[in-house]
Design a protein around this ligand. Sequence first.
Ligand code: CIR
Length: 256
Amino acid sequence: MAFSPTCGLVRMVPSTFSRAIVMDTAGERPKVEAATRQHQEYVAHLRAAGVAIRVLESGGPDSCFVEDQALIFGGVAILLRVGHPQRRDEGELVHQALREVMPTLSLPEGTVDGGDVLSVRQTLFVGRSSRTNELGIRTLRALVEPLGAEVVEVPVEFAGVLHLKSAASFLDETTVLVAEQTLDRRVFERHANVVVVPREENYAANTLTIGSRTLVPAGYPRTASKIEALGFEPVVLPMSEFQKADGALTCLSLLW
Ligand code: CIR
């Protein structure tokens, strides 16, 4: 079944975005104005796909990466405790907005970043990473199993990426893109057909498919062609400024 969300939440790019947390501290800092333009284009595409998007005001430097603050499963929002202490305060506004529109549960202890949770049907693949810890995964499991979810833990610590979803995304319920030489793809092979994203295009493993259209970051033609050959329509979006801050397409929204 295609993912066809009707509602979503994003957060404006903060004026402090150039101070976002980065893995490569020697790399180029993201630029606020360019990021704002890229964000506007992203939101326009979601709206064109029929998603009613609410735009929240910005908070801390990383606050546009709303995906990390919550997880939506079976019509319930799980309000998360993110792993980086500098990002904890960002949760409040996002959680409040979700409380207004759906039932919620809160992660009481441990840490889980939404970027580490990849869901397909009833399965939640949860990356154990520098942000998502063992206690967080155990606590999340206890919250979502009664809702019918199966949690599959995926080691991410040594994959060379920030989050599980930095290296994998589903195109549909049976097809998953996985970045080469990152995750152990056998975890996914039990559930779906794995399409490998070549090493030099690894960033493009994070895509966002709504219906039959797949948002793909600009600059990764081999991956865009693979996606097209699989029967999806690639929609190419500039993401350079978010990439500098280790963020990708899914990170910028919560959709349901
Ligand atoms: C961070 O380090 O937390 C942000 N600069 C990037 C968060 C990206 N979020 C995501 O992949 N879900």
